[in-house]
Every structure is written in C-alpha cells, then in structure tokens.
Design a protein around this ligand. Structure first.
Ligand SMILES: Nc1ncnc2c1ncn2[C@@H]1O[C@H](COP(=O)(O)OP(=O)(O)OP(=O)(O)O)[C@@H](O)[C@H]1O
Ligand SMILES: [Mg+2]
Length: 614
C-alpha cells in the first residue's frame, strides 16, 4: 500500500478573518469550518459562563460582551507596550489591554490575562479542529501566513501562536507571496512579473514577484502593518462620534459596548458603500443621560463622503506602491498582472487608485479572500511532499543592523535581500580584560538606531581576558526563510563559540510558551469530552465559586443561630462533587449539582433572613 502523504494545512491568520486550506489530490482547496463556512472571523471571546468562543459565535455576541471579546488581535502581535504604534491602536480596542512583563502586551479577559499569541492560538486551534473534522484525523503540520511587512518580533509572535496551538509550523510565509503562489499554481505561463496589492482588515502589503518555470522570486516588498480596513472603519467611527460628543457631551468611543456597536455599524456601512452610493446608519439607544433619557444615533453616509474621509489612507497605499516600484526599478507597463487581495480592495476607490497607478484593470484571477490560505497550503505541500516542482524565494522587508557609537544605525543586511541569508560583523574589545559586550540589534531604515524597531539586545558574556583590541568576536546574523533573525558569535582568534544571552526581547519566554501550550492542549482534550459533561463541569465550577464567595457570610450565619450542621453538609456535598468532576462521572455529577443548588438556595435564604450579618 502506498502510504498517504502527511497532512499539512495552510492558514491565513487574518486581522478580521482567517481561512484554512489544504492540497487534496493536487488541488488547493479551502477547508470549510464545522459550521460550513469558508471564512472564520478572527474573534475570540470568553462567555460569561467561562466558555471559550471563537469565530462567528464570538463575533455574534461581541456587542453584549464587548469587554470579554477580542477582535483584531493581530494588530497587537509582537508589539511593545511602550511603542508608539500601540498608543495609536489602544483607544480603538473595545477590550482591556494591559502591560505585560517584558514590555509586551496582555489582554484582560475577566480574571485572566492573555498574551496576543495566546489569543491567536485560540483562532489557530479552532481552524485546526475544523481541519481535523474535515480529514477525520489529527493534523499537526501547518504553514501560517503573516504580512510581508511584519518585523522579526511580529513573526516570532506568529510562530509562538502556532506553537501554543500545538502546531508544528513548518514555515511562516508572507501573505502577498502566498497569494501569488495560488495565482501561479498549475498555470503554465510565460515568464512574467506580477504585483500583489494586499489590503486586508489590518495590514497593507505590496510585493513584486518574478515568475518563471515554477520559480517564484520576490523582487521587492513594502507595506504598513497598521493600515487596513480597521482604519477605514475608524474614520467612520470618528465621523459618527465627534458630533455626538459635541451635542451630548458623551464620547461613545469611551464606552466599550457603544464602541463595539459603532465598530459594527461603521464596517457594515463601509462594505455596503462598495455597492451603494448612500447608506443609513441607525443606532438606537446608543447612550443615555439623566436629563434627556435614551439617546439615539442616526446618520446618512454617502460613498463620496467616505472617500473624502479616507483619502489619506488611500494615498498611503499609493506611496508604498510607488516606493517599492522605484526600489525594484519596475515600470508599471512591464508588469504582467496586478492581483488584488484582501477584503478592503473591494472598495471602488481602492480599485480606482490601483488602475491609476498601474494603468490597467487588476486581475480577476484570484479570490481576494481565499488566495492567501490556498497559497499557504501549496507551500505546505511543496515543503512536505515536493509534489510540485516549484521554488519560492522571498525577501526580508526591513534592513537589519546594529546600534553603534553615537546612536547611529549600522546596516548589516539590507531590505529586499533574498532569505535565507546571513552576514557577519566583527566586534573588538575596547577595554583591557573586557568580559562582556552588548549588541543592540534593530530593524528599520532610519539612520538613528532608536528610531528603528528594537529586535533584541544580545550579551556576549565570558569574553577571553586579553588586552583591549586583542579579542575579535565575529557575530553572525542569520535570517531564516521564515524571516526570523538569529544571532550567534565566534571568537576569531580561538575559533571558540561565544555564548550569547538575549535580553530585552519582547517575546514570550520558552517557559511561557510551553505553559500556554499545555493549557491549550488541556482545553482541546476537554473539547473532546461529551458536551453534556462540559455543561455540568461549567455549572459545577460556578457553584464552587459561589459557595466560596458565600462562605464568610455562612460562617456568620452559623454563629448567629443557623448552627454548623448545614455548613458541614454543604462541605461534604462539595467534596463529593469535586471528586465526581475529577473522575468525570457525568451522571453522578448531575445529581450533585441538583443537591448543591438546593443547598445554596436554602443557605442564601438563611442569610437573607438576617442570619448572615456580622
Ligand atoms: N465589500 C467590501 N467593501 C469594503 N471593504 C470590505 C468589503 N468586504 C470586506 N471588506 C473589509 O475587508 C477587511 C477584511 O479583509 P480580509 O478578510 O482580507 O482581512 P484579513 O485577512 O483579516 O486582514 P489582514 O490580512 O490585514 O490581516 C475588513 O476591514 C472588511 O471590512
Ligand atoms: Mg489577509
């Protein structure tokens, strides 16, 4: 029997929507989720009963549970708490974001804090379970996409999300490159250059590729990891909220539920305006004051006005395209095709801008929602099954370098260099018997190091004791095919490997990743249990908490005449239920829940009768 090829999936982990795909019998195919849809919203929520909700279910309850619903977490991936970018997106988030322990970010959902990779991992886990349901067997290997313009920390965060979801991430691939793979797959065509314009919910990428006989070579790429549909929505939100603030003195953006309602209404209006010239926005009971009672919001938005308020965003896309074309020395006339990817490219104004830059109609040969996931599936099949004679050569989107004297940036690897790649730099001691040296590695294009993205600080420790200038350390910077940087070092004179410790990295530690992975695995195992037991488990845990909170008052009630007996009985019933829960005795647990509920009712009654007063 011929062994079946190992399963591998491609995942487009989007800001707004995610898609999972695979190659089946040589055909790239989108895997529908368990509800039958080809697209899964990248939304995660903790319901009030403690249940984890992902996708459409989470999205549907976002307005009534805004505080505990995470949308657009991709905007937070790999960002530092102290970064300017974060301050920009923070006020727009209808959930609570707090500082993490490594100048990173945590999301507060009820009592628990989650890192952005943990939230992304919940989306990935959902897609993985969808794929497992589709194949009827376990899946662990995946290619995950990320915006081409993502820097090292953002890529690491994406990879960490994959690890937490228990996936073996065989490659991180750039979204526009992935879309181009889907476009070129199985298409016998002449040598050509294509441009990919990818404007999704949160990010913008623009790449130029050269395709010839199955070789896909990225020539140049550029983008903006904070430019996407979300920003178009934000313009509408401000347009709605500002006059409301002037008139009623209430900033709707400051209330999490109102903000979530505004976000929904703005996005809906924006999408409708891609087909209509004018839409009504209606938000009844959006707020209220003592004086006026309930307040409603009503407005008419025209396509023309939407275009005026978002023109600056369109121009930002145009500028990126022009810069990349200049850098790659490409004339628009020489381009074979221009591919539009990402939902926001459905906006007519975007299509006009693209027509104007490139002087042609964009290609209709790719599905803007699915191409990225399909390309990732193709890349997965290429890596694991080598079934197609295809080769993918991508580039690094940012220059890599170090901080040198005077705070300047010294470039070591230039942007648009084909990856994997590596480069060396020799450092010399400046003091006698110097034992440590610090190397600050940054990514970016600014001549001042601090203006660029700090990637990490690397300590060379235990340097050989010698007069200054007599120890040369050769530091090697590697960028992998995933676009992820690693640093190693050698003592030039002795050839010995020099030890390096990474400090000031904003990523999760290995320990945090394995802890999160373990808890995700436990959750998955729990999912496989029967749903009735799940419900009983949730209810039992709620009861445990309620009893615990009530206990101090029950003690007082006991002292005030209720006596110890009912408490002792409750305690015994709780112990029995805990044991049944641990041993997964579903039926018996059901009985215990009934008993505990009756006891709780009676005890609360006693407290209400005044016995619980101290
Ligand atoms: N008809 C439409 N007109 C305008 N915008 C649209 C339309 N349909 C979808 N969008 C917008 O497209 C965005 C989602 O696109 P997409 O699903 O490609 O993004 P994503 O892959 O989740 O994000 P990213 O790639 O940036 O991480 C949303 O902002 C959505 O409002
Ligand atoms: Mg996308």
């Amino acid at each position: 029997m011929i062994p079946l090829p190992e399963l591998v999936i491609g995942i487009d982990l989007g800001t707004t929507n995610s898609v999972v795909a695979t190659v089946q019998g040589g055909v790239p195919t989108v895997i529908p989720n368990r509800a039958g849809y080809r697209i899964t919203p990248s939304v995660v929520a903790m319901a009030r009963n403690g249940k984890r909700l992902v996708g459409a279910l989470a999205r549907r309850q976002a307005v009534t549970n805004a505080e505990r619903t995470v949308v657009a977490v991709k905007r937070l991936m790999g960002r530092r708490w102290s970064s300017k970018a974060l301050q920009e997106v923070l006020p727009r988030m209808p959930y609570t974001v707090v500082a993490g322990p490594h100048d990173d970010i945590r999301i507060q959902l009820g009592e628990t804090q989650y890192s952005p990779p943990e939230i992304s991992a919940m989306v990935l886990t959902e897609l993985r379970l969808d794929a497992e349901a589709f194949f009827g067997e376990p899946v662990s290997k995946a290619v995950i996409t990320c915006p081409a313009y993502f820097n090292d920390s953002q890529r690491n965060a994406t990879k960490d999300a994959g690890k937490i979801a228990g996936l073996d991430v065989v490659r991180i691939i750039n979204e526009p490159t992935s879309a181009a793979l889907a476009y070129g797959f199985g298409r016998q065509q002449n040598e050509r250059q294509v441009a990919v314009f990818d404007l999704g919910g949160g990010t913008f990428d623009f790449s130029i590729l050269h395709m010839f006989k199955g070789v896909f070579e990225v020539e140049a790429t550029g983008g903006d990891s904070l430019l996407g549909g979300e920003d178009f929505d934000n313009r509408i939100i401000d347009w709605l909220a500002e006059p409301f603030l002037q008139k009623n003195g209430i900033d709707l953006r400051k209330d999490k539920m109102s903000l979530q309602r505004l976000r929904d209404a703005a996005e809906k209006a924006k999408c409708e305006l891609s087909a209509l010239k004018s839409v009504e926005i209606n938000l009844p009971f959006i707020s209220a004051t003592q004086k006026t009672g309930p307040l409603h919001l009503q407005a008419t938005l025209t396509r023309e006005l939407l275009e005026t308020m978002t023109e600056e965003l369109v121009q930002r896309c145009v500028k990126v395209c022009q810069r990349v074309m200049d850098e790659a020395k490409v004339q628009s006339g020489a381009l074979g095709d221009v591919l539009l990817v990402g939902g926001q490219t459905r906006m007519p104004r975007i299509q006009d801008a693209v027509r104007k830059i490139f002087g042609r109609e964009p290609s209709k040969n790719v599905n803007p929602d699915e191409a990225v996931a399909l390309g990732a599936a193709i890349q997965g099949a290429m890596l694991l099954h080598e079934e197609q004679e295809m080769l993918l050569l991508d580039v690094t989107p940012h220059s890599l370098g170090i901080a040198i004297a005077g705070g300047f940036f010294q470039k070591i690897i230039g942007k648009n260099t084909t990856v994997p790649t590596s480069a060396h730099h020799v450092f010399t001691t400046v003091k006698d018997d110097q034992t440590v040296a610090k190397i600050t590695v940054v990514q970016g294009e600014n001549e001042m190091a601090v203006e660029n993205e700090l990637l990490g600080e690397f300590m060379l420790t235990g340097l050989r004791a010698a007069p200054r200038g007599k120890v040369d350390i050769d530091v090697i910077f590697d960028i992998s095919a995933d676009g992820i940087v690693s640093v190693s070092a050698l003592d030039v004179q002795t050839g010995a490997r020099q030890s390096i410790t990474v400090t000031a990295s904003s990523g999760l530690t290995e320990e945090e990743i394995s802890k999160a992975a373990k808890s995700n695995e436990d959750w998955m195992l729990g999912q496989k249990e029967d749903p009735e037991f799940q419900d009983r488990k949730t209810r039992a845990e709620e009861l445990f908490r309620e009893f615990e909170q009530l206990w101090p008052r029950l003690n007082q009630a006991a002292a005030n005449g209720l006596g110890q007996e009912p408490l002792t009985r409750a305690q015994a019933a709780l112990s029995v239920a805990r044991l049944q829960l641990a041993q997964k005795e579903s039926e018996a647990l059901g009985g215990s829940i009934d008993r505990l509920e009756r006891m709780l009712g009676a005890l609360k009654g006693a407290i209400e009768r005044g016995l619980g007063k101290g």
